[in-house]
Design a protein around this ligand. Sequence first.
Ligand code: GTP
Ligand code: SPV
Ligand code: MN
Length: 605
Amino acid sequence: MSPKDPGPAISPRKCHGGSVSTPLESWVEESARLTKPAKIVWCDGSQAEADRLVDDMLRDGTFIQLNQKTFPNSYLHRSNPNDVARTEHLTFICTRKKEDAGPTNNWMAPEEAKDKVRPLFDGAMKGRTMYVVPYILGPATSPYSKVGVEITDSAYVVASMRVMSRMGKAALDRLGSSSDFVPGLHSLGDLDPERRFILQFPEEKLIWSVGSGYGGNALLGKKCFALRIASWMAREQGWMAEHMLILGLEDPTGKVTYMAAAFPSACGKTNLAMMVSALESQGYRVWTVGDDIAWMHVGSDGMLRAINPESGFFGVAPGTNGKTNPNVIKALHHDSIFTNVAMTESGEPWWEGLDGDPQESLVNWKGEKWTSSKGPAAHPNSRYTVPAKQSPSISAHWEDPEGVPISAFIFGGRRARVAPLVYEARNWQHGVFVGAMMASETTAAATGAVGVTRRDPMAMLPFCGYNMADYFRHWLDMGPKLKHPPRVFHVNWFRKGPDGKLLWPGYGENVRVLKWMLERIEGRADANDTPIGYVPTRASLTLEGLSVSPGTIEELLHVDSNDWAEELDATGKFFEKFGKRLPAEIRAEHNALAERLQRVSLTPK
Ligand code: GTP
Ligand code: SPV
Ligand code: MN
């Protein structure tokens, strides 16, 4: 980065007393020259600093105090109503060659992007405080963790980064005077979507984000670094950065099997990772390692080892209640931040699906008195930000420096039709194809239409920092590097019947599907060999205590050849975008599926 604009010389804090600046100090100085803040604060992550920030935010209205008896140290933040979700159309991968960003990413050439966006940073922090936020992604002692530094003029972002990452002194200590960190420059700018850009420069491992204060647009450690930049690093260095939860399934003997699952945004990762198992009385429990992102390396034991780069959950509030996710309800009763939820008369956070109907006494997410004509009281993408360690389900191994060994990958999405409750891929290569052909109905996590089915390979469509054809190649190459590559499954909790109602109860009942997977891994569960893969027999599923009719189970497991022929066409069109860059193995799997479907349709019933 080389801003040409001269500005007031603001000397950065000198870490080492000497006159020679570290790479971090130089970058902070350059950024200050460009953005021209009134002052610079280096964040140390201490409690005193957090308290100061809260006081400042309560004073200027960024934070609203919640009921401190029932929600101690918890606050509500209302974002600008035009800034409530990720904005994918304003998110760019800036590589020298357009082909390296690929046909599924927005692209700008690096210099063009900088020339266009630099003026938006010029003087953007006048009269504001510039916070320098060093953070570690991953456990502080893990060899797989990485350091990032976010410069931001949003105190809300600082408070959120303190929950979501290991922020402050620990990160500076790890970094020392090294240049091995990912710089991310963030300014709220004027919050006008016309002047909003989220730029990733994977070749120089740099992030620029301006014009948004919300979620993945603004907490640069999350999607920008831990997925877009990290996915690029992971391919260069032979590991994987994925949009995946990590959970441990404990069986009655106490053995824990770890699984990682990729579902698109707002499709159930947090809820699956934190579930209270419906089979707890039989000895099956779920432990949480992570709820959104997994960084995975080939371990010295030949297993794929996963760490969670984050240290908190930024979870979807609507639909969360004591039945669907009791663990998070316990976790978020203190030291939590709520964004764009509604508030009750007694100063408690509220959202649709929490309990009962909305009351006229509510204040909605915009801070207005709620009436039924005003739509949902909480924004559909309203969220809680809660430290991971506050969940009763947190795994004893969630900060293991080597990570946990992954035995299964689970792909899935929202599909009202087509995809059965669960199926298993035939092998690694087929599994990669199953991930590559994933599709899901869009949600409120990103701006734009909701409920539109789109291709979202491995749930990485908005997050892959490079050409997705090369990403498929990387996936194909990872399997053979592993002594025991994870078994690959696909799930769909969202299949609907002809009446439009969900067929599967979901949430804690999903453990029944996890148990089937475990038994497949252990070679104990039956399955039918269908064109798309192995689908459970009815008898192989543990269904006691579940009030779902046999007919409904049948519908949930049904593989319809016509539906899948259409699916095949849609994926074929999607894969065409990649031209010759699409790996031959993906094409071969596509042809093999076509043949298997053909054979079934020719077999007399
Ligand atoms: P991001 O944080 O955006 O990546 O989302 P996520 O994948 O973690 O999704 P999350 O678990 O927050 O769930 C999103 C929405 O789906 C919430 O409203 C949940 O209540 C709902 N949901 C989650 N799991 C299930 C399920 O098994 N069945 C049904 N019907 N809804 C679910
Ligand atoms: C997602 O959209 O996948 C999220 C929320 O996890 S955000 O941090 O806003 O990207
Ligand atoms: Mn996510």
